[in-house]
Design a protein around this ligand. Structure first.
Ligand SMILES: [Zn+2]
Length: 87
């Protein structure tokens, strides 16, 4: 991970403003959803991408009760159900 060279102060309710030039470089705008990650000594913002709630894959997603599940995991759950019915 490299430094962008920008240093921003949080405002009184914890917000930061991303520099417009950085947003342009990253091809993001005010509508972009960012996901916040952290570990013991860092905070990382990454563009949010919908992903499977079970395996984290981002392809072939279906929405169910506000969660995304990929077709592979749906097939896996269906096969478990078939196993249960067949036993
Ligand atoms: Zn999945």
């Amino acid at each position: 991970m490299k430094s962008t060279g920008y240093v921003k102060q949080l405002d009184n309710i914890g917000r930061i403003e991303l520099p417009r030039t950085l947003m342009h470089e990253l091809s993001i705008d005010y509508r972009t959803a960012l996901e916040i990650f952290n570990d013991s000594d860092s905070i990382v913002l990454m563009e949010h991408k919908d992903h499977c709630s079970i395996c984290n894959k981002e392809d072939n997603l279906k929405s169910f009760k506000g969660k995304y599940i990929c077709e592979d995991c749906i097939d896996g759950v269906i096969s478990l159900q078939s196993f249960k019915i067949g036993s």
